[in-house]
Design a protein around this ligand. Structure first.
Ligand code: PRP
Length: 208
């Protein structure tokens, strides 16, 4: 084992932006910029080892200590409530969690509201706060088609540009919470690699 910082990056567009930020902060790793299918990269000079993981898995790697640090969306942190430290709001990947439904949708108070979502915990908590009876239908993607097909009344999902809603004849009915990418840390790593982690946080803050 080395005392390199192991950092789980969310694979995809957000991950590219996060790496660009880390690079600007002095944590570059030229190997990660080369084309290919490799998933782990390290640069002993800057003391970092990066790995690409599915965005919804970042918090699992960090909670279990397979990664010292990671970058996860607030949506994932609110949904799965991992036992990690949240160190910094990176201000990237900004979007919002919202309730959306067909333009002509009218609530029928007599029966539970059927909600399709990838985020059952966030949806349940939101509606519990309103005292509304709900029936949650957990899906894994393409949530926007559920109301059109009669699978649900509304959806709870991430809205970024609003394009997906618009193109599927849906509109935002209520905003639940703003979302952005957060730097998270494993509890033990934060103790044992305190100086290295605080330096990284400070350098990232200088870039924001
Ligand atoms: C997310 C989200 C919406 C879309 C919102 O889906 O679930 O479908 O992005 O973006 P927009 O407001 O800019 O249109 P994602 O791309 O993660 O795919 P998924 O359907 O597999 O969840």
């Amino acid at each position: 084992m080395t005392d390199m910082l192991n950092i789980a990056l969310p694979k995809g567009r957000l991950g590219e932006k996060v790496y660009a930020l880390l690079k600007a902060a002095g944590y570059e790793c030229p190997a990660i910029e080369e084309p290919g299918r490799k998933l782990i990269f390290e640069n002993p000079e800057t003391g970092v080892r990066y790995f690409w993981v599915k965005p919804s898995d970042v918090a699992i790697y960090v909670q279990r200590g397979a990664a010292d640090l990671g970058i996860a969306g607030r949506d994932i942190l609110l949904e799965y409530r991992p036992d990690v430290y949240e160190l910094l709001d990176l201000g990237l990947g900004k979007c919002r969690m919202a309730v959306a439904g067909p333009r002509d949708f009218r609530e029928k108070p007599g029966r539970p509201l059927r909600i399709a979502t990838k985020f059952p915990h966030i949806a349940a908590k939101y509606y519990a706060g309103l005292g509304r009876d709900i029936d949650i239908i957990k899906l894994n993607g393409s949530i926007e088609i559920a109301p059109m097909l009669g699978l649900s009344d509304v959806i709870v999902d991430i809205v970024e540009t609003g394009k997906t809603l618009k193109e599927n004849d849906l509109e935002v009915k209520a905003e639940i919470v703003p979302i952005s990418a957060r730097l998270i840390a494993n509890h033990a790593a934060y103790q044992f690699q305190y100086d290295a982690i605080r330096t990284l946080v400070r350098k990232l803050e200088e870039q924001l």
